[in-house]
Ligand binder design. Structure first.
Ligand SMILES: Cc1cc2nc3c(=O)[nH]c(=O)nc-3n(C[C@H](O)[C@H](O)[C@H](O)COP(=O)(O)O)c2cc1C
Length: 343
């Protein structure tokens, strides 16, 4: 209530990225004091426990925060305090990089959606690992989402993934290999079967040989055919991956309510939120059909309410993650939607 009546109207008066940055800064301050954490809890409400075990990890309940909101792992304590069972930090690259020119994040309020072309702006996986070192494992599960630097070409992409994973390995519980962001030129080409096979095999081999092998997930795009989704999912399982995350944002703009000129002004980038709900649920069902129980399915895309969670679960999801719904509905949605999860 406090979020939708007071905080959101104030934040939505600001440009989208400014609102995001202010929120992160406030959370950084609040999470570090007992009083601040109490305030976060008050705002978020009580989140009940509803334990699930996925990829060999124990989750307090099935609802987590999707990658991209806390790219640099600055506010995981505050976010866990809100009630998320898991937080996926990143996408992290081995070297820090500024991302694309601003403006690069836009609200489509009529559509309950966002368009972003952030371009993996992040301080690098070493800086994130220093922050994650201080985390208490009891707060919840942390996933490390990794990608390649913009200046690295696809031939050398493997080295970037492996480097970030070695920086983060001691401090995260699972890894997500991001091959589906539309905002790093050429990244989605890594989803081509032969290229992907090489990438996933190398990552998986490196992971198994390490002192602390972690469960591995791959995050895929919603802009693939059913056949592509299913062959990528099967390939990931063959390569030893434990989870498939569907989906990232879409480059599709069909059926939006927002005026065409505003959508055009926003320009290129990935669309998230309500327009993605149904299609990402379909993708979850395609993944489940392909992998059965041989890998976990993590459903992401346009989750705003309990029904959206039920739909993802019925399609085969073992966990769900939210981003845009959280921006629109605030932290009190976490408990409401996780209660809908009864398996
Ligand atoms: C501003 C913004 C930044 C994002 N950054 C990343 C990212 O760095 N890595 C990633 O894997 N996904 C990223 N995503 C995609 C989300 O994790 C999620 O897959 C997508 O937005 C669909 O979920 P939603 O409809 O609940 O937002 C980003 C999304 C948004 C809106």
């Amino acid at each position: 209530m406090l979020y939708s009546n007071l905080i959101r109207p104030l934040l939505f008066k600001l440009p989208a990225e400014t609102a995001h940055d202010i929120t992160i800064r406030q959370l950084e301050l609040l999470q570090n004091s007992y009083l601040g954490r109490g305030l976060i809890k008050l705002l978020s409400g009580h989140v009940e426990s509803n334990p699930v075990q996925v990829m060999g990890l124990n989750f307090r309940h099935p609802v987590g925060l999707a990658a991209g909101l806390d790219k640099d792992a600055k506010v995981i304590r505050g976010l866990f305090q809100m009630g998320f069972s898991h937080i996926e930090v990143g996408t992290l690259t081995p070297k820090s990089q500024p991302g694309n020119d601003k403006p690069r994040l836009f609200r489509l309020k009529e559509d309950h959606a966002l368009i972003n072309r952030m371009g993996f702006n992040n301080e690098g996986s070493i800086a994130a690992s220093r922050r994650l070192k201080k985390r208490d494992p009891n707060w919840g599960v942390v996933g490390g989402n990794v990608g390649r630097n913009k200046i690295t070409n696809n031939e050398n992409a493997i080295d970037d993934y492996i480097a970030s994973m070695s920086h983060l390995r001691d401090y995260v519980d699972y890894f997500t290999v991001n091959i589906s962001s539309p905002n790093t030129p050429g990244l989605r080409e890594l989803q081509q079967e032969e290229v992907l096979k090489k990438l996933l095999t190398k990552i998986s081999d490196d992971n198994s040989k390490s002192l602390k092998p972690r469960p591995l997930a791959v995050k895929i795009s919603p802009d693939l055919s059913k056949q592509e989704v299913q062959s990528i999912s099967r390939l990931a399982v063959t390569c030893g991956f434990n989870g498939i995350i569907g989906t990232n944002t879409t480059v599709n703009r069909i059926g939006l309510k927002t005026k065409a000129n505003r959508i055009k002004d926003a320009g290129s980038g990935g669309l998230s939120g309500r327009p993605l709900t149904r299609h990402s649920t379909d993708v979850v069902a395609w993944i489940k059909e392909a992998v059965g129980d041989s890998a976990a399915v993590i459903g992401v895309g346009g989750i705003f309410n309990a029904q959206d969670v039920i739909d993802k679960r019925n399609a085969g999801a073992d966990l769900v993650q939210i981003y845009t719904g959280f921006v629109y509905n605030g932290p009190s949605m976490i408990n409401n939607i996780q209660k809908a999860w009864i398996k």
